[in-house]
Design a protein around this ligand. Sequence first.
Ligand code: SAH
Ligand code: SF4
Length: 373
Amino acid sequence: MALKSVFDSSVIRAEFDKAGINNRFIPLIWKYVIQNPDCDWEDIPSLPSSAYTLLRAKFKASTSVVHSVFESNDGVTTKLLIKLQNGAFVESVIMRYDSSLGKLNGKPRPGGPRSTLCVSSQVGCKMGCTFCATGTMGFKNNLSSGEIVEQLVHASRLSTIRNIVFMGMGEPLNNYSSLVDAIRVMTASPFQISPRKITVSTVGIIHAINKLHNDVPNLNLAVSLHAPVQDIRCQIMPAARAFPLEKLMNALQEYQKKSQQKIFIEYIMLDGVNDEEQHAHQLGKLLEPFQVVVNLIPFNPIGSLSQFITSTNQKVTRFQKILRDIYDIRTTVRKEMGQDISGACGQLVVNLPDKRSISNAAPLTDIEDIRRQ
Ligand code: SAH
Ligand code: SF4
């Protein structure tokens, strides 16, 4: 039987319980592994002897390996190409904000510079959004919670990670139990990442949104809306048929009532499809009952097959202005970084190993900064 990731919390907890070993040793083991990537189980001090036997028999310190690391020329973005135990690849992207200065609005940032990690939750994705390279790959498999956490472990060795965004490959809410387990690990000792610094981006899986707040409170929810009306949404996102806009908005209404937090709305700008003035007005009206931040995402064309064209800056600005000026909705435009390394989520693995293709827009408007304003 393949060894499990030591970061697979439900597996290790169950095994420790079965063997009568106290669970309090688990975060100590994690801490040691994070700091000592190549350690043997015997190196970890002060565990009960039955824990060593169990670890040797059933667990690996890491089931995934960093296959390659790509640095962007400006040093701001680092992409990790990670090989999983089953041979599949996923990617994680580290984005360093204020890496040289550690400043916010020109003043020293409390706590110094910090990085955001974009993680993957699945190999491929079954939602089939027509503009997305991951979507065109189809679905290969879910990541285990251990494999999700291992992305953070690998990245933590390169940079101090303060924020996590689930905007890499896959639809996180289609891998719900692994997602929830992984977030519970990330927010507990020794990682201690605040749930408010974790953003889950979803195409809008209604039944999962309905339980998310109860299972992991205080997260940031980002919804890939991409269209203000059902028929445009269906054209570009087949999942919209299963999760109709009206029902999705009702679920978001309930979510916001419970969470009392802003919801982030992602909106990819596709020329002539969803970027006209009328769409901005429709979106403004649709979002009127909500506390939201809209993030307009310039479309990144995915190879020559793409049927879409990126909206001009002029159209993006006009769209933003309508949302801001008429509907008073905080609206940002996503910056793209690290494009020289395809330094963004969801694309590199499509052409692995030697061809690097064009990437999604990176999730690069920093949620933390938005929340402060
Ligand atoms: N499945 C989740 C999270 C992963 S995709 C979701 O869809 O929300 C992360 C973000 O990248 C989503 O907002 C997605 O719509 C966007 N995206 C996908 N393909 C893109 C492309 N070609 N250009 C720009 N953004 C893209
Ligand atoms: Fe899946 Fe998100 Fe890509 Fe849609 S945009 S296919 S939900 S990864």
